[in-house]
Design a protein around this ligand. Structure first.
Ligand code: TAP
Length: 455
């Protein structure tokens, strides 16, 4: 069976990709398992060198990878270049790991005790369509560095850059069974990662609903699992903040990637005394977002990923909803939706509660710090968020009070590959990136060596 890959900005088919069957997925998993002993045995310095060569191959291909992402996902060319560069940087970062996977020597009586960070085995990485390159890299780079082999399933809608990354890995000298890209359906290929006993860990990014099922499936084999799921993140603006900057940056904190971002700050909470002034500053910022051809260097926001997703996002902005103001979107073919600012009527409105995963943001007023925290935490999710204030003490108090894994103060940045990334509550389980990611791809083995005659 084949899948047609569609450009969401034009609705034209740009490629046809064969879908991996369940039997082919099983065969790939078995090959990955057979490749393990040789990959584990590669000397640490040589494994590091292979990962650096992979990083350099990605670097040489940044423009091509970015063009593929523009055509496949409708990402703006600027974002797509950053995303390819992120794969390169994450590979470089974890290329330092094989030579630094230290165990410990723990003092014990009667001998020597050492620990080893052993690879898990075959790791299955399941990637969503919203950030096909970075999310793939956050899984495969540390997994390979730690001595695991990897099978990777891109989203059916966005397989092109993952397929190219697989080719680049081979060009860099990484064995074809060490890192395999298997395009196909989640319910077929992804499900085999969950069910096949030779896959020892599943790294999943996507919806909370599917993530829940994956966790339940992995439980049957006590299979390791990392989950990066949805978010409904608050952008909390206190009256003492630099309101001009807070308002000028708020659209980019939520409409980047057309809002298809688990870290999108899709609930703006503004202190009541600054509410009207903030809204007045937000309007020109929203209208100024450049929406259009993602291949143009000027464009700041492209289309949504698919017709189905456009229908889903549109369903949130019906006649019942009070729209404060909107930005623009092109006419004609493509899955376009304009940046949209909503004033919810109640805290239980769908736009406040659900992860819309599109360019829709709500703006609500709060009274004081306690009220801001109550509203920010009034969600099942807990992934990211922003806090705008000039008061350092308040910034730290609120940052400690918000139940989310990644917060930024006077900024909307969530992801830096040097630092841990992941969610609290129903936004996920485990952390990716940063210095500790290797822990998620290794198992500690403890070995005691007697130095005295055994009694
Ligand atoms: P999901 O359905 O969760 O898909 C994510 C990945 O999981 C895709 O590769 C998908 O494969 C695969 N998958 C689906 N069912 C599976 C199963 N039973 N076993 C194993 N793998 C499976 O997300 P979506 O449909 O792309 O998006 C739906 C909503 O999820 C969005 O509107 C958004 O709210 C949320 N979402 C969140 C994120 C992040 S970063 N947290 C990312 C994407 C979406 P297919 O190729 O078959 O789809």
């Amino acid at each position: 069976m084949n899948t047609e890959v569609v450009n969401p900005a034009t609705e034209q088919v740009v490629a046809t990709v064969p879908s991996t069957s369940a039997a082919d997925a099983d065969a790939a998993i078995e090959r990955a398992h057979r490749a393990l002993p040789a990959w584990r045995a590669v000397a640490p310095g040589d494994r590091a060198r292979l990962l650096r060569r992979f990083a350099e191959a990605v670097d040489s291909d940044v423009d091509n990878l970015a063009s593929l992402e523009v055509a496949n996902s409708g990402h703006t060319i600027g974002n797509a270049r950053w995303e390819a560069g992120n794969v390169r940087d994450v590979l470089h970062y974890y290329a330092a790991a094989p030579e630094r996977l230290f165990g410990r020597q723990i003092p014990v009586p009667g001998g020597v005790n050492v620990t080893f960070a052993e690879p898990l085995g075959v790791v299955g990485v399941i990637v969503p369509w919203n950030f096909p390159m970075p999310i793939a890299g956050w899984g495969f780079a540390p997994a390979l560095a730690a001595g695991n082999t990897v099978v990777l399933k891109p989203a059916e809608l966005t397989p092109l850059t993952a397929i190219r990354l697989g080719e680049l890995a081979r060009e860099a000298g990484i064995g074809e069974d060490v890192f395999q890209v298997l395009p196909g359906r989640g319910s077929v290929v992804g499900q085999r990662f969950v069910d096949h006993p030779l896959v020892r860990k599943v790294v999943f990014t996507g919806s909370t609903e599917v993530g829940r099922g994956i966790m339940a499936g992995c439980a049957a084999q006590v299979k390791r699992v990392t989950l990066e799921l949805g978010g409904k993140n608050a952008n909390i603006v206190f009256a003492d903040a630099d309101l001009e900057r807070a308002a000028a940056t708020a659209p980019y904190g939520v409409f980047d990637n057309a809002g298809q971002d688990c870290c999108a700050r899709s609930r703006i909470l503004v202190q009541r005394s600054a509410f009207d002034r903030f809204l007045g500053l937000l309007e020109p910022a929203v209208r100024g977002v450049v929406v259009g051809d993602p291949a143009s260097e000027r464009t700041e926001m492209g289309p949504l990923i698919s017709a189905g997703h456009l229908a889903s996002v549109s369903s949130y902005v019906d006649d019942e909803v009070e729209v404060a103001f909107r930005g623009s979107a092109p006419e004609g073919p493509g899955y376009w939706f304009p940046p949209t600012v909503v004033l919810p009527r109640t805290p239980t409105d769908r736009t406040v509660v659900d992860e819309v995963f599109g360019p829709v943001v709500t703006v609500q007023a709060f009274d004081d710090e306690a009220d801001a925290l109550r509203m920010a935490n009034d969600t099942d999710y807990g992934l990211s968020g922003s806090i705008w204030t000039r008061d350092v003490g308040r910034a730290l108090r609120v940052a400690r009070g918000v139940e989310a894994g990644n917060l930024s103060v006077n900024s909307h940045s969530s992801v830096r590959y040097w630092t841990p990334f992941g969610g609290m509550k129903q936004s996920g389980l485990g952390r990716e990136l940063g210095p500790d990611a290797l822990d998620a791809f290794t198992e500690t083995k403890n070995v005691f060596i007697a130095t005295e005659g055994e009694s």
